[in-house]
Ligand binder design. Sequence first.
Ligand code: GLU
Ligand code: MG
Length: 454
Amino acid sequence: MTETSVPRGDSSRARREAARLTAQDVRGVALTWVDNSGITRVKAVPAGRLGQAAEQGVGMSPVFDVFLLDDSVTTSTHIGGPVGDLRLFPDLDRLTVLAAQPGWAWAPADRYDQQGLPHPACQRQFTRRMTGRAAEAGLELLMGFETEWVVLRDSQPADPDPAYATLGPAYGMSRLIDLSEYLAELLAAFSAQDVEVLQLHPEYAPGQFEVSVAPSDPIGAADLSVLVRETIRGVSLRNGLTPVFAPVVTADGVGNGGHLHLSLWERGRNLCQGGDAAAGMTRQSSAFLAGVLRELPALLAVGAPSVASYLRLQPGHWAGAFQCWGVENREAALRFVPGPPNEPHSANAELKCFDPAANPYLVTGAVIAAGLAGIRDRLELPAPVSGDPALGGGQPRLPQSLQESVKHFQDSAVLREAMGDPLFEAIAAVRRAEVELFEGAGPDAVVAAVRDRY
Ligand code: GLU
Ligand code: MG
């Protein structure tokens, strides 16, 4: 879809879909968008009204653009206050019957104003615009988010010593056995929803798991990240379990990452391989990744958007706390993955410094903008870092607080231009307000405030 296309008006298709849903006993359709604080918000319509929703949209206030993670509201230069209305339009191409929520279907929504023009702060259309920009340069991107989460049993958000649903060791088979039925139900739900799972495994932190899904176009990757998380939430709750998607579950442990994998393509060829630039990638790919690397301190305000994100982003936690890149280097913020020799098409880069508090639409759009600026400026990647950057070598640490990354964000001409002022200023305002919200709060108080929010 291009920048100008409006995903609405096909009411005859929507009415057909509504009839199909009703025949499958689906009662409601959840229309979601993700706000600037990283929370997925929703309006639902009865399945029978999907036609009207696709034709006229569903009303919502623009004030959600300045909501904070605790549901308090700030204001920004262009957006804020109780006045005004927008319309949510479901993307019918992504309409999915939810396996873990009998009676429900889901579709991600785009936001338009009352005149039918794109809402300038619509995050989903931002990533569509950036995908369109890449296409103008003859480039396509494949992207995919990894989802990490911690499974708790009967825990209160403030409990500093949460009850993990399994006590098995990191990557331990015993964790898989402990939660065998739950995990099998999860795989069944993904499969029923046509979500192609690549891997599911216990992770490092107590009670932690990870699922990765097949890459897709940038909007699709962001949509999938929402669907995957809400599916995990649904299956967890049906099993009496509480999933935690916050960047950290305890103040000093290893946290949840929201790593983004990406590869750059031109006319069906993966530019991350088969070239004469660093690590065998093409010059274009090197320039794109150099652009992302240059912009990382500002991108952190998008991809590590919570005060809690900086409790996670620590050296030695495989979270990518240094502004450098390396081949298969899990301590570099940008990890290049050449892939096995017999699968050159799978070469890709992984941004490890991002976490699940991020709005995935903002992440995909902002990363494309930063990469395209790298191509425009003919950047080249510096030498890769081969050891642990924490052990010397002078690699810069990424920002160590939200306050610090917001400063970089506010100075980023690349992100301001790409997002446009209304979206850019709303994000900056939300970040500043969340910094203020947690002023003086210690790590435990931050964890308690965010643990059950995402
Ligand atoms: N849980 C780690 C993080 O916070 C990532 C572990 C891994 O490399 O997958 O990003
Ligand atoms: Mg992982």
